[in-house]
Design a protein around this ligand. Structure first.
Ligand code: DX5
Ligand code: ZN
Length: 218
């Protein structure tokens, strides 16, 4: 499959959210990436259900919701209700990850698991066949606009091997500091989905930036 591009709404202009959503609708982007932060799991608060429901009203593409919250089990059904198609939880925030993944699937969503930069991919070995997506954080979660952590390439290679050997169908998503400088190498190393926040929304022509991330020459 050719790789997917998921602009992160966190970097959009919230006072012109509908405009920015329409831009993504009309672009070559594949998914909307939606970051939920609770001020506990990460040192920042972003937005919750009402904003996601408002995005859903206009969005014509897959809603890829990334939960940076403790105890995500409490809200799985609510995220389904407001329009999530893919729901990703953090390995570090779940006591019973297998149960959480099953609950997400039971709600009819794709289940993703995310790893912080310091968490080795090996912790996923016994759950890799159950997940639809693994999101590797390539910055410390909590803020957009941070610098890409180079160790991510090593983690992608290891995860690629694990997925291919296990027969898992999980896709690898990379989140944090993605730009035209690292996108090609990320895909070459084995990533399938690129999240990009500031690089897209702070650029002069976001539509064109999305197109550039979509048409890499690898
Ligand atoms: C960070 C979020 C990211 C963020 C990426 O905690 O998970 O999705 O929006 O932003 P950039 O692309 O600016 O690093
Ligand atoms: Zn994210």
């Amino acid at each position: 499959m050719s790789h997917l591009v998921a602009p992160s709404i966190l970097a959009a202009d919230f006072a012109n959210l509908q405009r920015d959503i329409e831009m993504v609708n009309q672009s070559e982007a594949d998914w909307f990436h939606i970051d939920v932060m609770d001020g506990v799991f990460v040192p920042n608060i972003s937005f919750g259900m009402p904003v996601i429901a408002a995005v859903k009203k206009h969005a014509t593409k897959i809603m890829d919701v990334h939960l940076m919250i403790v105890d995500p089990d409490r809200y799985i059904a609510d995220f389904k209700k407001v329009g999530a198609d893919v729901l990703t939880v953090h390995y570090e925030a779940c006591h019973h990850l297998h149960r959480t993944v099953q609950a997400i699937k039971q709600e009819g969503m794709k289940a993703g698991v995310s790893l912080n930069p310091h968490t080795p991919v090996a912790v996923l070995e016994d759950i890799i066949r159950d997940v639809d997506l693994v999101l590797l954080m390539s910055v410390n979660p909590g803020f957009g606009g941070q610098r890409f952590i180079e160790n991510t390439y090593k983690k992608i290679s290891e995860l690629r091997k694990m997925i291919d050997l296990s027969g898992s169908t999980a896709v690898i998503e990379i989140d944090g500091g993605v730009t035209d400088k690292n996108a090609e190498k990320l895909i070459e190393t084995g990533a399938n989905v690129l999240v990009a926040g500031s690089f897209v929304f702070k650029s002069k022509d976001p539509n064109r930036t999305i197109r550039e991330l979509k048409h890499l020459s690898y």
